[in-house]
Each structure stands twice: as structure tokens, then as C-alpha cells.
Ligand binder design. Structure first.
Ligand code: MN
Length: 291
């Protein structure tokens, strides 16, 4: 199932080129009292809601809107964490020796460690920077190099702490396209990658049952039609189960948490006024305007 949030806070199911409005199923969510629990309530209740959504989408009165007429918001509204992997594709590690990328501060060298992530760990992006493709990206550092990074995004369904590698895939709700927007410079990653709109997720969440092998997906990104990034998730240095293991060893994960798995080579500048087009096999594609 492809689940989307659109035109503000409508809930939709994507089928055959149309979005079916199933917002009415939100009435089935349990009422909340202060303090609100961590996590996204739609993702937390997705196993229960999915059946209701299937039924609602089939109703003769269910509003159907062509994809082209829909403005997609982030399919996850309230993640607790956006966790991201640095330097997780070999060719991106190589290109990161370029001083225009590392600024002499963020060197990718990791002698004595098995992988860059064994040395550098993971990092957090602010969840308040999360938008959908329909919202677009607002550049916060004009005159500096703001870059695109296309990444497979894993959305956690069932939370947990110290999740074992062999149990990890059972904690996944689904997958989306992620953009880890980044200004190059000497500052900490969490600062450079957390400006408002610097985390894009979309266009929808594809539930895990539709993607049996997320470790073998083609992905690509163009800017104004010019090819920039093209790779396959089989090149991930630290794979998805191990990213979940490593993240959950440190942070308790909650439903709706997002793990951006790292970007392949080909990162580059997104000038104001350009349009990003990102695609991942079995998920779909999305266009994002840069302002
Ligand atoms: Mn990244």
C-alpha cells in the first residue's frame, strides 16, 4: 500500500495514478491526552488503519484525485527522530575527499575502522526541518553551496531499543524517498543539515510488504533534467538491518522515526529556482522546487 499525506493534512492511498482520500479513517485513532506519546500516531496504528484505509478507498464516494493535482506533504507527520548515515556508499566516500565537500573539517578518512560509520557514527537531523515534495526547499545559506543528497529513507513501524540485526526488518513500516539537503561548510552536520525544509520525505510511504528487498533498489536524482546521482542500494556499506541495530543501540526508536540511509556519489549544488527530480525503484518519483 502507498500511503500519503496531501493538500494539508488529508490522508490518502495511492492507486493507479490517483490519490483516494481516506481521511475519515483518522477517526479510529485513539484519543490522546497530555503528554502526547512519542512517535507518529498514524504510523503507530498503521496495521489497524490499513484495513480501514483499504475499505474506505473502495467506497464509491471516495474522492479520487489525479497525482498531478495533489500537493504531497511528508507522509510522516510527527517523527521523533530523523537519523541519518554519513559516508555510506564507497563512491561518495571517495568524492568526499574534495575540499569543496569536506572543507578540511569533515574528512572521510577512517583508517583503523572497518567502515566510516564505525568512526563517525550516525547523526540527527532536526525533525522540524521535515517537509514533503509539495512544500519545496527554502535555501537558508544563499551564496554557499547547498547540495542535494538522494537517499532511501526507512520508516520505523514498531519501536524498540537494542534491536538485534536479525529482528530489525520486522520493525520497518515502509520506505520513502529522502532528500538530505546539506550546506557544505565547517559547521557540525546537525546544524548544516537541519534548516527548515532541509529534510524532504515523499512522495508517499510504500509499506514494507511491497518492497521485499530494499537492499537492491535503483535510485537516481536529476536537477533541471541534468543527471546528477544514479546508484543502487546494494552498494550501501552499512546495510539497513545494521543501521537499525546501530541506531537503536543508542536511541529508543519510535513509530515514524526516519532513517536516511546515506547518499551515493554525485552530490552537487541546488541553486535557487531549480527543480529536483528524485526516483527510487518500487517507490516512485517526486519533484521538489528549490527557492
Ligand atoms: Mn546524507
Amino acid at each position: 500500500m502507498k500511503v500519503c499525506r496531501f493538500d494539508g493534512d488529508r490522508l490518502g492511498v495511492v492507486e493507479a495514478g490517483m490519490v483516494r482520500d481516506v481521511t475519515s479513517v483518522l477517526d479510529a485513532l485513539p484519543p490522546q491526552r497530555w503528554p502526547a506519546p512519542h512517535g507518529d500516531q498514524v504510523i503507530a496504528n498503521l496495521p489497524m488503519l490499513a484495513q480501514l484505509m483499504r475499505e474506505a478507498a473502495k467506497q464509491p464516494g471516495a474522492k479520487a484525485i489525479p497525482l498531478a493535482d495533489v500537493r504531497f506533504n511528508s507522509p510522516v507527520a510527527n517523527p521523533t527522530h530523523i537519523i541519518a548515515a554519513p559516508l555510506n556508499y564507497p563512491l561518495h566516500v571517495q568524492e568526499s575527499h574534495d575540499p569543496a565537500i569536506n572543507h578540511g573539517v569533515h574528512m572521510p578518512t577512517h583508517e583503523g575502522f572497518d567502515t566510516p560509520i564505525d568512526k563517525f557514527g550516525l547523526f540527527l537531523k532536526s525533525h522540524t526541518g521535515l517537509v514533503g515534495p509539495g512544500n519545496g526547499i527554502d535555501l537558508h545559506w544563499p551564496g554557499r553551496r547547498n547540495d542535494h543528497e538522494v537517499e532511501l529513507a526507512v520508516v520505523i513501524g514498531k519501536g524498540g531499543k537494542r534491536i538485534a540485526r536479525e529482528d530489525a526488518m520486522g520493525h520497518v513500516a515502509g520506505y520513502s524517498i529522502g532528500l538530505d539537503i546539506t550546506v557544505r561548510g565547517p559547521e557540525d552536520r546537525s546544524f548544516r543539515k537541519s534548516a527548515d525544509s532541509y529534510a524532504v520525505l515523499g512522495p508517499w510511504l510504500v509499506t514494507a510488504d511491497e518492497i521485499p528487498n530494499p537492499g537492491s533498489l535503483d535510485l537516481s536524482l536529476t536537477v533541471d533534467g541534468q543527471p546528477r546521482q544514479r546508484s543502487n542500494t546494494k552498494h550501501l556499506i552499512v546495510d539497513i538491518p545494521d543501521l537499525i541495530r546501530r541506531a537503536s543501540a543508542v536511541y529508543a526508536l519510535y513509530p515514524g522515526d526516519i532513517i536516511m540511509t546515506g547518499t551515493p556519489d554525485g552530490v552537487g549544488e541546488i541553486p535557487s529556482g531549480c527543480t529536483i527530480h528524485a526516483w527510487i525503484e518500487r517507490i516512485g518519483d517526486m519533484q521538489v522546487a528549490v527557492r
